[in-house]
Design a protein around this ligand. Structure first.
Ligand SMILES: Cc1cc2nc3c(=O)[nH]c(=O)nc-3n(C[C@H](O)[C@H](O)[C@H](O)COP(=O)(O)OP(=O)(O)OC[C@H]3O[C@@H](n4cnc5c(N)ncnc54)[C@H](O)[C@@H]3O)c2cc1C
Length: 373
């Protein structure tokens, strides 16, 4: 029997939308099923009071791949947003990522030599073995003062564990930058779409049939029978009914408020690094599109960390410790035997940036013969 569709795409997030666009542009018939009642995955934005609100956390495109940048810009205009995050610790403001500016704010050192000397002195005083835990790694690389001000409280509330029991990768491998440059991302192309991500993804999906509120895993045989091929972008372990064990994530909750006035905190993202403050970040959305937002109001989201207990919770950050990395490898070995293509952050259990996610969709479309290499 002839199938109605060439592809069934599971998930209308960035990966599913890019692949759908490339497949339909190549003349393929595509059905997209999305378990939420809206498209966009974690890139979804919605306008509130004239402000583009990033519902699943602030999303800033950063890539050095001109093909990715040009492709995304063909669907909507990106601004020149450059990310300069700041942290609030007990009411005092510090610049991130950790730079000479941060050293000045923590130690009062005004030049690289003094800052390096201070950090080296603290590292020597601690005399810890570097790679035991997030705490030992931080004490051995950035010293006690910066760690206690900007890292410890944040990672402990984010992961709800003592930093002495957290894996080293969580404190990052990025060395202190001994310059006054406080830019977070180093890639050539950076920006945020002035009209939000949702219109971009709507355009990508416009030639496909999209069914919302459909969980592929609840009806997989019937849905798979509709198409020649299935592209799955949902959680890797759930595809296999978690038969080898559950992959762990950290979840988040955003509490969003509309406020009078146009300036609550003066920046897009403020980290709260004191463990006593229950939220981890505060996002003031209008600062992501500062030149194009004319609203007389401001919309602010408070980000709270949350346990991930399984499919009922939103999977945000994959916990990439030894247990989960090994478990993901086992699942990925099973993928090879499946008549299904796996792509995107959830189906590969990877912390993919948007640029990496689009490149991954390009690669899959190339290997499917939908676009030229
Ligand atoms: C808090 C946070 C902030 C981030 N900020 C940035 C940033 O600033 N810059 C950047 O480059 N990247 C950022 N990222 C990464 C970015 O979110 C990802 O690259 C991108 O969302 C990946 O898209 P995706 O399609 O793979 O996954 P998702 O966006 O998760 O899409 C997957 C879709 O599949 C659907 N689905 C799952 N299971 C099923 C099922 N069984 N049936 C039907 N549908 C299903 C889901 O509902 C979802 O809509 C951030 C990530 C997080 C967690």
């Amino acid at each position: 029997m002839d199938k109605q569709f060439d592809y069934l795409i599971v998930g209308a997030g960035l990966f599913g939308a890019v692949f759908t666009d490339l497949a339909t542009a190549a003349g393929k018939k595509v059905l997209v099923v999305e378990k939420r009642n809206a498209i966009g995955g974690n890139l979804r934005t919605e306008e509130r009071e004239g402000v583009q609100v990033h519902l699943y956390g602030p999303h800033i495109l950063h890539t050095s791949d001109a093909a990715v940048w040009n492709y995304l810009n063909s669907f909507g205009r990106f601004n020149r947003f450059t990310y300069h995050p700041v942290a609030n610790f007990k009411g005092k403001i510090y610049h991130l990522p950790i730079s000479l500016q941060t050293c000045y704010e923590v130690f009062g050192t005004a030049n690289p030599a003094d800052a390096k000397r201070q950090v080296a002195r603290e590292i020597a005083e601690e005399n810890v073995v570097k790679d035991v835990s997030a705490e030992s790694h931080a004490l051995a690389t950035i010293g006690r003062s910066i760690y206690k001000t900007l890292v410890k409280g944040y990672i402990e509330k984010e992961w709800n564990r003592d930093a002495t029991t957290l894996p080293t990768y969580l404190v990052g491998q990025r060395p202190i930058s001994y310059s006054f440059d406080t830019t977070e991302f180093t890639e050539e192309y950076q920006g945020v779409p002035v009209d939000g991500y949702t219109p971009i993804l709507e355009k990508m999906l416009s030639r496909a049939e999209v069914r919302l509120g459909v969980d592929f895993l609840k009806d997989r045989q019937e849905l798979s029978a509709l198409a020649d091929k299935v592209v799955y972008t949902g959680p890797l372990d759930q595809y296999f009914d978690c038969k080898l064990g559950m992959l762990e994530y950290r979840s988040l909750v955003y509490k969003t408020k509309v406020m009078d006035g146009t300036n609550y905190q003066g920046t897009a993202v403020m980290y709260y690094t004191d463990r006593a403050v229950p939220y981890t970040r505060v996002i003031e959305h209008r600062f992501l599109t500062p030149d194009s937002c004319n609203s007389p109001k401001t919309v602010v989201s408070f980000e709270y960390p949350k346990e991930y207990r399984g499919p009922q919770d939103e999977p945000y950050y994959p916990i990439q410790d030894n247990r989960n990395t090994q478990l993901a490898q086992k699942y990925l070995k099973l993928v090879a035997d499946e008549p299904v293509l796996f792509g995107g952050r959830l189906a590969t259990f990877a912390n993919l940036s948007m640029g990496e996610c689009v490149s991954q969709a390009f690669t899959m479309a190339q290997s499917e013969g939908l676009i030229q290499k």
